[in-house]
Design a protein around this ligand. Structure first.
Ligand SMILES: Cc1cc2nc3c(=O)[nH]c(=O)nc-3n(C[C@H](O)[C@H](O)[C@H](O)COP(=O)(O)O)c2cc1C
Length: 211
């Protein structure tokens, strides 16, 4: 079993990575394979609503979004990390998430359904819960069971050394990782015992427009 951890920070090994690495180490201790995927620092366009993904199953911009979707197909769980920029996920991470999740939806929802997910956020001081809420919304529109911890998943610091001192934040991340490992093992055991995945309904799509 494998968990993909996404580092949405412009820093390859900054505060967000420090939190994700703590989760990865804990998952490894639980026998779960991990990979930390960095979205990088090249400009990431937002979704241009062209719907190329509905026809081709890939985003029209061939960058880390498609690269991520290619490896995400084989992952069993996800942790998405972002630093807080102006009380939200970073602009690049928001563009990345919009395009990853929209492409997946338009291409037939193959990548994320019923795979556990969690968000981890990193901030110097404030905006953490707003960012946490923002990221969780991608999961709950995608049939992803959200794994929780003993606090909202956040670490504090302006540099990795600060995060190392945020003992409560790091403990929250470790508890989250153990809970995700437990869920993954239960899911695998259930499927092996013959529990069926839920029946899929054809999508009903109504707008708030009435004749
Ligand atoms: C453009 C920008 C906006 C930021 N906005 C906030 C903010 O709203 N609240 C906060 O506490 N920290 C803010 N910060 C600080 C970062 O969130 C914080 O240092 C974070 O831990 C950095 O994580 P990283 O090393 O993974 O990039 C901001 C930093 C930048 C560059």
């Amino acid at each position: 079993m494998k968990v993909l951890l996404v580092n949405g920070s412009p820093h390859r090994k900054g505060c967000t990575w420090t939190a994700l690495n703590e989760a990865a180490k804990t998952l490894n201790e639980e026998g779960i394979e991990t990979e930390i995927f960095w979205i990088g620092i090249k400009p990431l366009a937002g979704c241009i609503a062209c719907k190329t993904c509905a026809k081709k199953g890939r985003c029209v911009f061939d960058d880390t979004v498609n690269e991520f979707l290619d490896i995400a197909k084989d992952a069993d769980g996800f942790i998405f990390g972002s630093p807080v920029h102006y009380a939200s996920a970073t602009g690049a991470m928001t563009s990345f998430m919009d395009r990853v999740f929209y492409t997946n939806m338009q291409a037939g929802r193959q990548v994320f359904s019923l795979k556990p997910a969690a968000a981890v956020v990193s901030a110097r001081r404030a905006g953490t819960t707003a960012t946490f809420d923002q990221l969780n919304k991608y999961f709950t529109i995608s049939e992803m069971p959200v794994i929780s911890s003993r606090y909202w998943n956040m670490v504090h610091g302006a540099a990795p050394e600060d995060v190392e001192k945020d003992l409560e934040g790091l403990q929250t991340v470790r508890i989250l990782a153990r809970n995700m490992a437990f869920f993954l093992k239960c899911k695998e055991a259930g499927l092996r015992a013959g529990v069926k995945l839920p029946m899929q309904e054809k999508t009903v799509f109504t707008n708030f427009i009435r004749d």
